[in-house]
Design a binder for this molecule. Structure first.
Ligand code: GLY
Length: 419
């Protein structure tokens, strides 16, 4: 069997790690992969945005299944390209990926199908957005409509903040200069929760709930990042809350897609907030979360590969997922300066000496002269496994202490649960 995983982050390392542990024979490829992935898979040197070239590679190599990690290839229709060539691929089509690719589309979909989410307005020019801001209560959430690698959301505390973000979006065109739109949305309060399900369009199976930490500094301060840490399970997500999430959010989403004639096969990641009135959606993502995947997959007892295949073949009804009675905590180690400017190319020491109850998933690393060097903003995911979150957290931080590189940065409060 030949499997190809697309992407280069900790999420893709976790996917490759799990699949590699399940493959008795065959070849695992990763495109483009990273330093850690290169230890367990054959790296393919094709840029992720060269979609036709990727499909040609998959056809020539007779890849049995391709798994897409990041959102951009999904939003750009890589799945559609593969399907046209008769290639099997895990992930939603371009149309279905609109759930993540357009915040306006997603909010209108939720409104149409009565799926709980914050009240919102849409503006497609600066003047219109300013008029909405004049009448709004603060704080307010402003979201750029398209994909922006986690940088498209601003929580404006007052009018000045809001106008300055709107100016950047509409006048300075920081994301795009065409078809610029924003969602202006009610600010909701509560605990955030990442609730992921895998679906073949009919049947869905929830993955273990996870909680990620989006801000760069301890105490959830500073700018947003791709995610600075994560844990699973999430104590607030008990079976009663899961039932509510499924009834009010997951089932209406899947039925809504069916009603709108949109086929969906892949992961739906519900970015939720648990308000005093119940769970509401902050955002949809159409892929595995990062760093959520790094804590979810180490807890998964069942096979991932068979699950991904069953999803693409619409056979999920035959499956269930078994989970280990373990907790996982992931501490992300980043390059100092991230999510702003940072330097790379520093030798990473100690990563090979880490052993015991845990795993290191690489993100921005590459191998040079037999040594790992930093090559991105988020560099490593250090995952601890234990009987409790506290135990897993201690193991993760113990392992972090063994690793060093110039300008290394990590949060010190990952996995400390709120009372
Ligand atoms: N953890 C946030 C994301 O995957 O988008």
């Amino acid at each position: 069997m030949k499997i190809l995983v697309i992407g280069s982050g900790g999420r893709e390392h976790a996917i490759c790690w799990k699949i590699a542990s399940e493959m008795d024979s065959g070849t695992l490829y990763a495109l483009p992969g990273n330093g850690g992935i290169g230890e367990i898979a054959n790296l393919v040197d094709i840029p992720v945005s060269h979609y036709q070239e990727i499909a040609t590679f998959a056809k020539k190599e007779k890849i049995d299944l391709t798994v897409v990690g990041p959102e951009n290839p999904l939003a750009d229709g890589l799945v559609d390209i593969f399907r046209k060539k008769g290639l099997k691929i895990f992930g939603p089509t371009r149309k279905a990926a609109m759930l993540e690719a357009s915040k306006v589309w997603a909010k209108e979909f939720m409104a149409q199908h009565n799926i709980p989410t914050g009240k919102f307005s849409v503006a497609d020019n600066f003047q219109q957005a300013k008029r909405i801001i004049e009448k709004t209560e603060f704080p307010v959430v402003i979201k750029y409509d398209g994909l922006a690698a986690g940088k498209g959301v601003s929580i404006a505390e007052g009018k000045e903040d809001a106008i300055s973000f709107l100016e950047a979006v509409f006048e300075k065109n920081i994301f795009s200069s065409t078809n610029v739109r924003v969602v202006i949305e009610e600010f909701l309060t509560g605990e955030e929760l990442s609730y992921l399900v895998i679906t073949d369009g009919e049947v869905f199976i929830p993955l273990a709930p996870a909680r990620d930490y989006k801000k760069i500094y301890d105490g959830d301060k500073g700018p947003n990042t791709g995610g600075m840490g994560c844990y699973s399970p999430v104590p607030i997500c008990d079976s009663e809350l899961e039932k509510i999430i499924e009834k009010k959010i997951v089932i209406p989403t899947i039925k809504g897609l069916q009603r709108d004639g949109i086929e969906y096969k892949g992961v739906i990641y519900f970015g939720l907030i648990i308000t005093k009135d119940g769970p509401e959606i902050l955002e949809y993502n159409v892929r595995f979360g990062d760093p959520e995947t790094e804590v979810i997959l180490p807890r998964m007892e069942s096979g991932l590969l068979e699950l991904l295949e069953a999803t693409t073949e619409e056979r999920l009804r035959e499956y269930d997922i078994k989970w280990k009675k373990k907790a996982a905590v992931d501490v992300v180690i980043a390059s100092g300066g991230y999510p702003g400017k940072y330097e790379t190319g520093f030798v990473i020491a100690g990563v090979e000496s880490v052993s015991g109850d845990g795993i290191i998933f690489h993100a921005g690393t590459k191998k040079e002269n037999d040594r790992f060097v930093t090559a991105g903003g988020r560099v490593l995911n250090v995952v601890g496994l234990g009987d409790t979150i506290e135990d897993a957290r201690e193991k993760a931080y113990e392992k972090v202490q063994k690793i060093s590189f110039k300008n290394m940065y990590y949060r010190k409060d990952i996995g400390y649960l709120k009372e």
